[in-house]
Design a protein around this ligand. Structure first.
Ligand SMILES: Cc1cc2nc3c(=O)[nH]c(=O)nc-3n(C[C@H](O)[C@H](O)[C@H](O)COP(=O)(O)OP(=O)(O)OC[C@H]3O[C@@H](n4cnc5c(N)ncnc54)[C@H](O)[C@@H]3O)c2cc1C
Ligand code: FES
Length: 305
């Protein structure tokens, strides 16, 4: 029987089978199947800023490495033995089975321990968990990717997905804003994203310094640079929750329907799979029903942002 606790008013639960798959608690195997742990080795660490680093993890078991699969927008529970677990978005390409990339900000207990780790160290991941961006539904349309600060981390998986299936999408725009130039991540990949992925890209910072020659201000200012038909456009917005409100309201004013805007919500999580209730917003589990939600559903979720 369908469990009404998981129904969000206004959400089209038939939107995309994978993104909205609601675990049936009569079939625990559906939930447990994703609760798989993988032992990994840190193969590379790329410093991105004072606070953020890109960690490349390689699943040690070759068979597990081959079968590990995820969809853009999903997250893993990263475990540092002896310290605990944290939910982290998968920041790599779904087609890359050689390694998993996680872009991590040093925030507290677990992430600080990770920043002490060196290349070759062992960590574990569980997952993948959560809903995904509806990449299939977006096919044949323009796609706006709007990232603020660390929001570029979950944005890389849909960006790589689009690159892998570029002919299936129309115009793709990547708008990226950071507080300061030094906080802008992945600058070394910008040219590649523009030339290889054929993405129209623009960046902006709130507080420019003498090194910055680009635009300054709020990220919504970048929307003036591009022409697109809002009725034929989907948007993915990733960043701090405060950004959702002003970016999505702006997109709404431009005419993009709210159920075509997708955001990734963050909550404190413990199990990642609907057992501990730590991530609940009302009767909605951020880990199972999210983290990816369409903005219409978020508007109907009290205290979601
Ligand atoms: C679905 C999801 C995806 C995420 N993806 C990434 C990612 O790609 N990269 C990344 O660096 N971080 C990501 N985070 C955030 C990350 O999980 C938290 O920063 C986490 O707490 C870090 O663990 P910690 O033990 O180091 O910090 P903690 O010791 O747990 O906490 C450090 C500080 O962060 C605050 N905090 C903890 N969790 C959250 C949260 N979920 N939302 C808001 N504040 C929080 C705490 O109140 C505290 O002030 C994600 C979170 C979620 C839910
Ligand atoms: S994190 Fe435990 S129920 Fe969502």
């Amino acid at each position: 029987m369908h469990d009404m606790r998981f129904t969000i008013p206004g959400q089209d639960l038939n939107r995309e089978p994978f993104a909205v798959k609601i675990p049936d608690f009569q079939k625990k195997s559906e939930v447990m199947i994703t609760d798989k742990g993988y032992k990994c080795r840190i193969t590379n660490i790329v410093p991105l800023s004072d606070l953020e680093r890109l960690f490349q993890l390689r699943i040690i078991d070759p068979l597990e490495r081959e079968v590990f699969n995820f969809r853009p927008g999903q997250f893993l529970m990263l475990e540092i033995p002896g310290y605990g677990e944290s939910p982290i978005s998968i920041s790599s390409s779904t087609s890359n089975h050689e390694f998993i990339e996680l872009c991590i900000r040093k925030a507290g207990h677990v992430t600080s321990a990770l920043f002490e780790a060196r290349q070759g160290a062992f960590v574990s991941v569980r997952g993948p968990f959560g809903t995904a961006f509806p990449m299939a539904e977006m096919q044949g349309h323009n796609v706006l990717l709007i990232a603020g600060g660390l929001g570029i981390a979950p944005m890389r998986a849909p960006l790589f997905w689009i690159n892998d299936h570029r002919d299936k999408y129309r115009d793709v725009f990547l708008l990226y804003g950071a507080k300061e130039p030094s906080q802008m991540l992945f600058t070394y990949q910008f040219e590649e994203w523009k030339k290889v992925s054929h993405v129209q890209m623009s960046t902006i910072v709130e507080k420019p310094d003498e090194s910055w020659t680009g635009r300054s201000g709020m990220i919504t200012a970048l929307l003036d640079e591009f022409t697109f038909d809002p009725k034929d456009t989907y948007a993915i917005v990733c960043g701090p929750p405060v950004m959702f409100k002003f970016v999505c309201s702006h997109l709404d004013r431009l005419g993009i329907p709210m159920n075509r805007m997708f955001v990734s919500l963050e909550r404190r999580m413990h199990c990642g799979m609907g057992k501990c209730c730590r991530c609940m917003v009302g009767s909605t589990f951020t880990c199972l029903d999210g983290p990816v939600f369409d903005y219409w559903s978020v508007m109907n979720l009290k205290e979601a942002i």
